[in-house]
Design a binder for this molecule. Structure first.
Ligand code: PLP
Length: 392
């Protein structure tokens, strides 16, 4: 007799990333082309040299090996509160901020604190698959809110969400800039969801993992200025992307005191604290790398401009539905063909590694996601050129 696997976990979809990794291991059919990896959202650059030097010094100190307080080093919480306050023109203080072991961990703890099994949440579709997986693991029902194609990208609408709310709805989850579509929600759009959440006593969770990659310095929203934001809004952030710290596991939650108290219990039980070395890296980033942060954003914006130019020049039969931050969401021309087969063909024939729309939910078979931030500037142009050569 073998032991049982918790059926709830067994039923959760497998991390889809394994599938495309297997293609890479086997190699593309067309081996004359170099593989352009536009699959996973990882920065194409190493962490700043100064940060690496700082960490190599800091690991020599015995204290660096020890636990920190549950919600993180006070200096880091203070620094992040200050940073967010200036970014959003708001008054955020240390008590509002908790440090998590990455953006995913921040999300998981927030959901655990907000929703019980049998409750439900509203999740726009396409979704970030780890969000969906966590809900399934928690027995939290998901009410999918289909996004609509608009001239401002793929958008969920508060008016559509309202019809999904019932007495067991606990939260609405948004991501902006969005993964997988790249769509950046306007202030007004975000505000419409805030109004809806407030009217129905729901939490509005916004995953702002990609907030360092906005095209302007304007605050992404004004929710931190709402007098009752602590009763409605939960902001999630990740230090993984802009500072290229994906392996150090550090992110944050910014919320009101009631939620932070619940999250403390969960975070203590799960990890006791976020990795200290990751926290030190984040602290160094906030204190010393603001110019680096702007520069990395400028580089990404330049890539987006190259992407747009290349689409205009080569006119591939893959209309660009939406783009921003690390991602472009394109519609493929093979109507009726599963998006996984399309991605497979892009890999085999063009050595282009993409993720199919089906990784991101129902109704996504017509789409493919390009995580172009991974690719260098020349590769972005080449990627679009190759798309334009695919015979339909
Ligand atoms: C929307 C979103 N949230 C969270 C994460 C995970 O961030 P972290 O590495 O900090 O866990 C990602 C990573 O791709 C993401 O796209």
């Amino acid at each position: 007799m073998a032991f049982c696997i918790n059926p709830i976990i067994a039923d959760v979809l497998d991390p889809p990333t394994g599938e495309t990794r297997a293609w890479v291991e086997a190699g593309p059919r067309n081996s004359t082309l170099n593989v352009i990896d536009a699959a996973q959202a990882v920065p194409a650059y190493p962490p700043a040299e100064a940060l690496r030097q700082h960490l190599s010094r800091i690991v020599q100190e015995p204290e660096s090996a020890f636990y920190t307080p549950i919600l993180g080093l006070s200096d880091l919480r203070k620094e992040l509160a200050h940073d967010l306050s200036s970014e959003y023109h708001a008054n955020i203080n240390l008590e509002h901020v908790g440090i998590a072991s990455g953006g995913n961990h921040a999300f998981c703890t927030a959901i655990l604190a907000l929703a019980a099994p049998g409750d439900n949440v509203i999740l726009p579709e396409p979704f970030y698959f780890n969000h969906q997986m966590w809900f399934e693991m928690q027995g939290v029902d998901v009410q999918h809110l289909p996004c609509r194609e608009t001239d401002r990208g793929m958008l969920p609408f508060a008016t559509d969400a309202e019809a999904l709310i019932n007495p067991r709805t606990r939260a609405i989850v948004l991501i902006s800039p969005n993964n997988p579509t790249g769509t950046i929600y306007s202030k007004e759009h975000i505000h419409s969801f805030y109004e809806l959440a407030r009217a129905h006593n729901l939490a509005l969770i916004i995953d702002e993992t990609y907030k360092d990659f906005l095209p302007t310095n304007e605050p992404a929203h004004d929710l931190f200025n709402e007098p009752d934001w602590e009763d409605v809004f939960v902001q999630l952030y990740s230090f993984s992307k802009v500072y290229s710290l994906t392996g150090y596991r550090v992110g944050s939650i910014t919320a009101g005191g009631r939620l932070m108290a619940a999250i403390s219990k969960i975070a203590d039980t799960l990890t006791i604290c976020a990795p200290r070395i990751g926290q030190e890296a984040a602290l160094f980033g906030l204190r010393h790398l603001s110019e680096w942060r702007s520069q990395k954003n400028a580089e990404l914006q330049a890539r987006i401009a190259i992407l747009h130019r290349a689409f205009a020049e080569h006119s591939p039969p893959f209309p660009l539905v939406s783009s921003g931050a690390f991602f472009a969401y394109v519609k493929h021309p093979f109507t009726g063909t599963p998006s996984l087969d399309v991605s497979r063909r892009l890999f085999d024939d063009l050595a282009l590694l993409t993720w199919p729309g089906s990784f991101f939910g129902n109704g996504q078979e017509d789409y493919v996601r390009l995580a172009f931030a991974n690719a260098g500037e020349a590769d972005i142009e080449e990627m679009v050129r190759r798309l334009s050569t695919l015979s339909t």
